[in-house]
Design a protein around this ligand. Sequence first.
Ligand SMILES: Nc1nc2c(c(=O)[nH]1)N[C@H]1C(S)=C(S)[C@@H](COP(=O)(O)O)O[C@H]1N2
Ligand SMILES: [Mo]
Length: 354
Amino acid sequence: MNPNDPFIKIKPYLTTHSLFPENQEAPIHFLENSETPTGLTYRRNHFPFPALSTKSYYLTITGSVKNPISIPYNQIITMPSRTVTSVLECSGNKRAHFEPKVFGEQWNDGAISQGTWKGVPLFYLLQIAGIQDSAREVVFEGNDSGVKKGQHVHFARSLPLKKAMEHDCIVAWEHNHKPISSKHGFPFRLIVPGWYGMASVKWLKTIRVVDHPFTGPFQTDDYVYYPHKNNNEEAVPVTVSHVNSIIQQPRDRQILQSGQHEIKGLAWTGEGVVTFVEVSLDDSETWKPANLHGQPLQYQWIMWSYSFLFEKNREYSIKVRAYDSNGHFQPEIAFWNWKGYGYNAVSQIKIKIE
Ligand SMILES: Nc1nc2c(c(=O)[nH]1)N[C@H]1C(S)=C(S)[C@@H](COP(=O)(O)O)O[C@H]1N2
Ligand SMILES: [Mo]
């Protein structure tokens, strides 16, 4: 069998954690600098997939607004649009690396993908409905539902009004230049670039403006950093994605021949842009700058690489950390919280040279 034969397809797949609901990781070690193909985009779900059709689909905007409205699908997709290419990372990404370990989906490094989303800015829809002066937050309700802590609930999340009015928050109907696929939120999905994935509500059906803080279970129970093991004091909501990176090549515990090898991977951040990435081959004693491939762009990951001459009969630990334009960088030890969100410690692998 010739692996270069164009009729033999050799390609990466998703890694399955659960099927009902579906939770699968992207093959992050094999993703390119560009858009993640839809079929390789990670999947993170709390409930079974809803079955929806565009024929009678309306998006409702209600609550503390002057003109509550329901807008049909066909009308929404003719509205002024904005296109954003953005990383979407689950706040539980890399949870499996926490020490001490925490309960929850044991994501490794692949609960993240990059995609291009097209939709109408949320502020445009909110202006049509007319926000009342008492408004504080905007609640987004998905069409999927199930039982959570003994109660039947829909997946729902809120944004502070100020965040909701930012121009890059969109109600998308296209993903990677096609109608959003059924698993990723068809027909409408909120996209909040720069925030962890839970903010980007799939299968959006209702936008409700409220004059009080929203307290649904996915807002005040899940997606909260609880820094203490035995109590819920000093809780902070999960919002912006932390600066982070991954080493794609070599793979952890790989055995290589001596000589020059390229270390490469991706780096990203939620707010601002990645400014530089550095590599250490001596357990954090000295750090050398990696090459960044291209210009860092807001919301997008950037490829980095570093070439090194590896000596025979040795083991190497390779560490990588990214910095962003807001002065944030990956810490040696991640901020531990008992629900296991926002892991972004220095990326680290070990390799052996024969
Ligand atoms: N309606 C709805 N929206 C949702 C979710 C969900 O379960 N239901 N999961 C959230 C979480 S936690 C993440 S990380 C992303 C995952 O998006 P994806 O499956 O398209 O990658 O969607 C978010 N939006
Ligand atoms: Mo998530």
